[in-house]
Design a protein. Structure first.
Length: 321
């Protein structure tokens, strides 16, 4: 009788393991409560974060009156310095590393004299390059114009992907050459294939595909990075809230997606070469109410995930277990 009971118990455990919706819910990340060492440096709304995994630096873009717009921390959490010049309203931020050095790209959605631009800075905040016509919203490619450009991703080659915009007249994904000429452009306002409603975040995987968080269509769309051809889309994981941010883990096995309105990080299985299929949520990290995760970045060396939270007005660091 006892053996029979044990067997039933064991088969129940097995059942739970194979049929429970919580299968695979062993934690993948834990919060690093010691990062940063001095959270009082967050004095505005923290909209974006970018990791320089080569040099162990973390850049945070924040908004507000009389606050430094860019804060720089070490990956251990020490505050290093800040800068402010020519940044009006940072939305997205990205660190570009090459053999000869690193630079910081910022999308600026301000409506003043610096806004509607994508700008490149030295690590200490010296302005090096401006894409777009400062202060002017537009859709033109010659001269290049943006309307509230949401985010940028720069490949090692210097080729650039910009999602434009964060609620303005443009709903498009541009690929630019390393000398800032259009290579291809896709997207108009709408919910059809290849159309966008607030393309909010962009990243590139190791297999030649560009992934875009199509926020208000509650889906992620995927394009061929060489041709701009549409490859597929994921909507199954976003019925509750659209994707705000897309970033791959260091091994490209998973995608981290921020969902601002439900205060969640979704961890999706990333497809290898071939079919995009539909999304599979492997795990999720539930954040506190009103945290509002806006954009994330991943340290491609340590695997740590940094989350810019506009509700909590902080950046949090999650480390892989």
């Amino acid at each position: 009788e006892f053996e029979c009971y044990i067997f039933i118990l064991y088969s129940q455990v097995l059942k739970a393991e194979y049929f429970s919706p919580w299968r695979g819910e062993q934690q993948m990340y834990k919060l690093d409560i010691g990062w940063p060492k001095t959270p009082e440096h967050f004095t505005g709304q923290t909209f974006c974060v970018a990791v320089d995994s080569v040099h162990g630096l973390v850049y945070v873009g924040q908004r507000g009156d009389n606050v430094p717009k860019v804060l720089v921390f070490s990956e251990e959490g020490y505050f290093l310095h800040s800068w402010n010049d020519t940044v009006e309203m940072p939305h997205g931020i990205f660190v570009w590393n090459t053999a000869i050095g690193s630079s910081v790209w910022i999308t600026d959605v301000g409506t003043g004299k610096y806004g509607h631009t994508v700008k490149q800075y030295s690590p200490l905040g010296k302005l090096m390059q401006v894409l777009g016509t400062p202060g002017n919203a537009g859709s033109s490619l010659i001269p290049l114009q943006f309307d509230q450009p949401a985010e940028i991703f720069v490949e090692e080659t210097g080729e650039i992907y910009v999602v434009d915009g964060d609620g303005g007249m443009n709903n498009r994904l541009l690929k630019l050459s390393d000398d800032y000429k259009e290579i291809w452009l896709t997207g108009t306002n709408g919910s059809g294939i290849g159309q966008f409603k607030i393309p909010h975040s962009v990243t590139v995987d190791a297999f030649g595909r560009v992934w875009v968080a199509d926020r208000d269509n509650k889906r992620i769309q995927v394009f061929d990075k060489v041709t701009g051809e549409w490859l597929g889309s994921w909507s199954g994981c976003f019925s509750e809230d659209g994707p705000y941010s897309v970033r791959f883990t260091a091994d490209y096995k998973y995608m981290i997606v921020a969902q601002l309105n439900i205060n969640r990080l979704a961890i999706l299985a990333a497809p290898p070469v071939g079919s995009i299929g539909d999304c599979v949520m492997v795990h999720s990290v539930q954040l506190a109410d009103e945290t509002k995760p806006h954009l994330v970045d991943v340290d491609m060396r340590s695997g740590a995930v940094y989350v810019a939270e506009i509700g909590a007005q902080q950046v949090q660091k999650y480390v892989p277990l």
